[in-house]
Structures are given as C-alpha cells and as structure tokens.
Ligand binder design. Structure first.
Ligand SMILES: Nc1ncnc2c1ncn2[C@@H]1O[C@H](COP(=O)(O)OP(=O)(O)OP(=O)(O)O)[C@@H](O)[C@H]1O
Length: 513
C-alpha cells in the first residue's frame, strides 16, 4: 500500500504565453494536512484544477493509492473521492442548504426527492465534524461561513476522502477561521487527506503537517512544518526575505479631505439600517482604518461614500465640496479613488484586456484619447506597461491578457495599481490585500504609506487585525453600523480592539458626542 493518497508527478500545464505548471510534483500523504504555498500567479489554482479534472495537463501523471488514474472531468475526480471547495462557492443561491448538499446525488421517486435519509446523513456528518448548518436555510440568507460549511458537507456527503480547500479563509471572519482550522484538524484525524491553499503563513504553521512551495510555475520544495518558520517559508516562496513590519514615520495630518456627517444607509437584507449615523473625518497625510468584523456596515458605508448606494440621510464633503448626491463618475474625477471589496463586480471588466482595465474611467483624458475621439493605443500600452512593471502584475500575455484569465491576486494588483496611480486626493481601500501573497502585501502597504506621505487621505477598511495595527495612524471600530470606538494603534492591544469589534465594549467617540 502506498503511503500517499494522491501523487501528482511531473505535471506541466501551459496557457498562451505562460507555463502555469512546469514539471510540478505534489505528494499528499494519507491523513495529512498539506499546504500549497506560492506567490500570486505561481500556479496553485491551476494545479488544483488539474487534480479536480477541470484542466488536462500536457505532461505528467496522477496516481491514487500508487495507481495511475485519468481525471478527465470533475465527475471522474468525484468517483476517485476527490472533492474541492472553490474560492468562489458553487452553490445554488435560491436552494436550501440541504438541497445544495444532495443536488446531483439523490434521485427522485414518483417525481419527489427522497430527503429523509439525506437529512439524517447530513445532520450526522454535521455533528461528527462540528459543521453547524441549518439544513432548511436558503443559501442567499446564510452567512459566508455557513455557505462554506455547506460546501464541506457536500464533499463529505459524497464520501470524498481527498479534500481540496482553495483559499478557504479569505472570506471568513477571524472567529470563523479558527472554527475552520478545528474542522480541518477533525477531518484529518478521521483519516481524510487535505490540500490547503492559503497565503497566510500563520494558518499554515497552525494546522499543516507539510507544505509544498511553488514559484513562477515551478516546484521549489516540500518541507515539514515542524522544521520551518514563517520567515523561511516566505523566503522560499518569494525568493527573498520579506519585511513583515511596515516601516513608516509619524503621521503628519493636514486639512480635512473627507468629512462625513451622520450617514445613514439602508440594508438590503433586513429592516434595520446597515449604517446608522456614522460621522468621521479623514485628514490629508493620515491613514484612517475602519476595523470590524465583516457584515457590520463597512460595505454599505463605502457604497454610500462612493455613490454605489444612495444614502438615506447625512452629508459627505470632500475637499470642502458637498458630494452627497454627486454621480459616481464625478466623484471619481473629483479626486476619489476606490479599491473595491468585490473585484469582479466593481473592480474590473473581466472580458477587457489588462491595459483597458488599467485605463478604465480615464479613457477620456487627453493622454489616452486624441482630439478626434480616437484612443491613443500606443500611449495606453506604454502607460499599462509601466504599471505592470512597477506593481509586478504577472499575466500570460502582458498588457493584452484578458483580465478573466489572470490569477486572483494579479487581478487585485491591477486594480490597486490603477487606483493608486490616479494620484487621488482620497484613497478608499477596501481589504486591498485580500488574496495577495506576502511579498505583494508588503508592496501594497508601502504604497499606502507613500500615498499618505504625499499628502493624500487614506481610508482603509480591513478585517485583518495585523494590517489594522501595522498600517493605520488612527483606528475606528465599526459595530452594527456605528462607530463604537476610536484608537491610537500604538496605545491599543489586539485583544482590546477585539472586544469593541465583538460589541462587548463601546466608548463615546468624537463622532458620537
Ligand atoms: N484559463 C486561463 N487562461 C490563460 N491563463 C491562465 C488561465 N488560468 C490561469 N492562467 C495563468 O496561469 C498562471 C497561474 O495562475 P493560477 O491562477 O494558477 O495562480 P495562483 O498561484 O493560484 O495565483 P493566486 O494566488 O493569485 O490565486 C497565471 O499567470 C494566470 O494568468
């Protein structure tokens, strides 16, 4: 009997202009949690898609229990006991949790799905592995955490033994992350073999047994977690040492660039307001961070600021000008930049090329359009290439690559490059480093500090407490649509912030007075 549940040997997968996987080897032992680590665009998702039957490799072979297997599509993968939780979930939003789990497995009798046995099995699995779900809840009404647990139950319901998790923690709150880590440990203890893609080194150190590192499509090595540390892992991944501490001088705040008074924004999900009378100011030369657990009104607050949602009441002033009812485009041309939370929905046109996405919203500027209204393609290419180089945006065919085919992290880098290079007066950055590797995070943090030092106002919305503590000059905590505390990052602890974020404490802030 082989000690490996799955072996991927010498896998090569090419896309136009790039070798996404270049002779890669990955061996997953039975019952282990194996992390897959690599920079944005290193080829992790491609390798997992090969294993799940979504792509066919040009070279290499896959072995299960030591025997060569063919995986032509996800059905083959499922038959071999391989399941995958994708970065973007594959659930039917208007179906219940239970229906999603049994979809495609259970058959009908007299035209009706036979659910009683299924419900029993789901509840047993749910209890056994600590995956709490409400089987009758409709997916669109559930939290992201429950949706993920539904995806995991889908795999277990199909008796999958090899479980692939593609960046599962990117969308979770810190508490949900801890729950997921425990669930993964329970699964491994029961003999499941787990492949776990993440950029978060702390998570790897916490749960993984071994880690395979890829760089630019190539296999770098596999290490035992007990023999390594975050510094060694990041050096293996990036090929250089990474500085985890953001270096910055004391902030030197100038005049007010953003002034929000009593903003109220309605909620799409419930009758209470999502944003309930928020007032805050951002000055030139400072980074103000809104910290909070996801779903406490941060998203709607930014929608109100950027004009994506109308606000019910309150005022927004930028550079002394009332922009409360200004159209979105005018806000953007008046000096506001926005790195949005949802990069697919609000950040990119996925079927446009990288260069067109980089000049999006700016086509009309004389540097990109001549006086007859024709685009200056050469200038656009030149400008895009400068940003691609400066922000290390990696893609198969450079400036002409379709945004859709770029890796998630590189899509994010493209948005960040575009929004920062617009040289805004106010930069609103919503979770700008989500899905980025440690090297790219270091770069983005430097850019935020540089924007601040150039006299811009920066409003950062982040769920990452390390980022909040490291980057910001002032922290505001948002809880249930209100600002419940204001802090100096040098004088507050993570534990104390956590109490405010969870709603156990609140203090009067200037905005509440
Ligand atoms: N369908 C596709 N067509 C063309 N190129 C692709 C396609 N899918 C991936 N690529 C390219 O292959 C390379 C590897 O991408 P992949 O998504 O595997 O990286 P990754 O390591 O998962 O990155 P990230 O951490 O950013 O998610 C990237 O350069 C990407 O642009």
């Amino acid at each position: 009997m082989s000690e490996y549940a799955i072996e991927m040997l010498g896998i090569t997968k090419r896309f136009p202009g790039i070798i996404a996987n270049d002779n890669i080897t990955l061996q997953l032992k039975k019952g282990e949690i194996h992390a897959l680590l690599g920079e944005n665009g290193a080829g992790k998702s491609t390798l997992m898609s090969v294993l799940f039957g979504l792509y066919q490799p040009e070279e290499g072979e896959i072995r299960k229990d030591g025997k060569k297997v063919e995986i032509k599509d996800p059905n083959d993968a499922n038959d071999l006991g391989i399941g995958m939780v994708h970065q973007h979930f594959k659930l039917v939003e208007c179906f219940s949790v239970l229906d999603n789990i049994i979809l495609g497995v259970e058959t009908t009798k007299n035209g009706f799905l036979q659910k009683d046995g299924a419900r029993k099995k789901v509840m047993e699995l749910s209890q056994k592995y600590g995956l709490s779900v409400d089987p009758d809840a409709i997916i669109e009404d559930t939290t992201v955490g429950m949706q993920q647990r539904t995806e995991i139950l889908k795999m277990l319901y199909r008796d999958n033994e090899i479980l692939i998790f593609d960046e599962p923690t990117a969308v979770l709150t810190p508490q949900e992350i801890q729950e997921l880590m425990q669930i993964m440990k329970n699964l491994a203890a029961e003999g499941k073999s787990i492949l776990f893609i993440t950029h978060k080194l702390g998570e790897i150190m916490q749960v993984a047994d071994r880690c395979t590192v890829l760089r630019k499509g190539k296999y770098i090595g596999t290490v035992d977690i007990k023999d390594t540390n975050p510094e060694k892992l990041s050096a293996m991944m990036v090929g250089r040492d990474v500085n985890f501490v953001v270096e910055k001088d004391e902030a030197n705040p100038g005049e007010v660039v953003l002034d929000v008074k009593d903003m109220v924004v309605g909620s799409k999900c419930h009758k209470n307001n999502a944003v309930n009378g928020v007032s805050l100011q951002v000055h030139r030369g400072e980074i103000v961070c809104i910290a909070g657990i996801d779903g406490n009104g941060q998203t709607e607050f930014v929608y109100g600021l950027s004009g994506l949602e109308p606000i019910k009441s309150g005022t927004i002033t930028m550079n002394g000008k009332d922009i409360t009812h200004m159209p979105i485009r005018e806000r953007l041309t008046s000096g506001m930049s926005h790195i949005p939370e949802d990069r697919h929905k609000h950040g990119l046109v996925l079927d446009y090329s990288l260069e067109d996405n980089i000049v999006l919203q700016r086509y009309f500027e004389p540097q990109f359009t001549n006086k007859f209204g024709f685009l200056k393609r050469k200038e656009i290419r030149k400008y895009a290439n400068r940003l691609i180089e400066q922000y290390d945006i990696r893609s198969g065919q450079g400036a002409v690559t379709k945004a859709r085919s770029m890796s998630g992290g590189n899509q994010q880098k493209a948005i960040i490059a575009r929004e920062i290079d617009k040289n805004p007066e106010l930069l609103i950055a919503v979770q700008p480093t989500r899905g980025l590797d440690v090297g790219a995070i270091e770069h983005v943090h430097k850019q935020l500090v540089q924007a601040r030092d150039a006299g811009k106002g920066v409003l950062l919305i982040s769920l990452e407490l390390d980022e909040v503590m490291n980057v910001s000059d002032r922290i505001l905590v948002m809880y249930e649509g209100e600002i419940v505390g204001e802090f100096d990052p040098k004088k507050v602890t993570v534990e104390e912030l956590g109490l405010y974020m969870a709603g156990s404490k609140r203090k009067e802030t200037k905005s509440n007075e």
